[in-house]
Write a protein that binds this ligand. Structure first.
Ligand SMILES: *Cc1c(COP(=O)(O)O)cnc(C)c1O
Length: 228
C-alpha cells in the first residue's frame, strides 16, 4: 500500500474513534514512526501530508533529519541514553522518553531553551518497558521544576502487546488520569496537555481514551526496508 492510502485509512479510523468519544479529530497528531523504513519512504510520508516524524534511535534520527530537516517536526520516541542527548538536542523537537532525573539533568544542560518533553510512564508495569512508575509520576514531575530547560508537554506510554481491549483501555485510562493529577498541580513547567499513546494496533482505543499524539509505524509506512 502506498503511504497516502494508508494515511487516508488511518484518518478515517481517527474520525470514527473521535465520533465514538465526542472528540475533535483536529486534536489528534499523527506521528509517522519511520524507524523501520528508508529515508525515501519517510519522504513519501511527508509528501502524503504527514508533518510529524518519529524515530527511536539516534542513528535513524540523524540519517533522516539530514535529508528532511525542517520539513517535519521530529519526535524522539525511544529510550535515550544520557550520552546521546547532546546529539538529539537540536534535531528532535520533542522528546517522548523522559523517564529519569539524570536524563532531565542532561537535557537541561544541553538545551539552549525549554525542551518539549513527554514523561514516559510504565503504566503496565512490565519489566521490559522503560518509564517511571505511575506512583512516582507526579512527584517526579514536581521535581523537574529545578530544570529551567525542561517543559513537560505531556505523558507517554507504551501499552503491552496484547489484544484484550479492556486491558488496553485500562492502561490508557490510567495515563489519562495521571495527566489530570499533574494538571491539578498547576505547575508552570508542566502544562502536561498531551497524551502520547497508541500505536498501529491500538490507536483507535487510545484515541477513545484521550490520546492526543499517536505513534504509528507499521500501519502507515510499513515495517520493512521495502516499506511493505
Ligand atoms: C516502533 C514504535 C512505535 C510504532 O509501532 P507500530 O506498532 O509499528 O505502529 C510507536 N512508539 C514507539 C515508542 C516505538 O518504538
Amino acid at each position: 500500500m502506498d503511504v497516502a492510502a494508508n494515511l487516508e485509512e488511518i484518518r478515517q479510523n481517527i474520525r470514527q474513534a473521535c465520533a465514538n468519544s465526542g472528540r475533535d479529530p483536529q486534536d489528534i497528531t499523527i506521528i509517522a514512526v519511520t524507524k523501520y523504513v528508508t529515508t525515501e519512504r519517510a519522504k513519501e510520508a511527508i509528501n502524503a501530508g504527514v508533518t510529524n516524524l518519529g524515530e527511536n534511535r539516534l542513528e535513524g534520527l540523524l540519517d533522516k533529519h539530514e535529508y528532511i530537516q525542517d520539513h517535519a517536526t521530529w519526535h524522539f520516541i525511544g529510550t535515550l541514553q544520557s550520552r546521546k542527548v547532546k546529539d538529539v538536542i537540536g534535531k528532535a523537537d520533542v522528546i517522548h522518553s523522559l523517564d529519569r532525573k539524570s536524563l532531565a539533568k542532561e537535557i537541561n544542560k544541553r538545551s539552549s531553551g525549554p525542551a518539549e518533553c513527554f514523561v514516559q510512564v510504565n503504566v503496565s508495569g512490565e519489566d521490559s518497558k522503560h518509564g517511571i512508575s505511575p506512583d512516582e509520576t507526579v512527584s517526579f514531575i514536581r521535581e523537574l521544576k529545578q530544570y529551567n530547560n525542561i517543559r513537560v508537554a505531556g505523558l507517554m506510554t507504551m501499552a503491552p502487546h496484547i489484544k484484550d481491549e479492556d486491558q488496553l483501555r485500562t492502561v490508557f485510562r490510567k495515563l489519562a488520569s495521571l495527566r489530570e493529577m499533574v494538571q491539578a498541580e498547576q505547575l508552570p513547567h508542566a502544562p502536561c496537555s498531551y497524551l502520547s499513546m497508541g500505536m498501529s494496533n491500538d490507536y483507535k482505543i487510545a484515541i477513545e481514551e484521550g490520546a492526543t499524539h499517536i505513534r504509528i509505524g507499521s500501519a502507515l509506512v510499513g515495517s520493512q526496508e521495502t516499506g511493505g
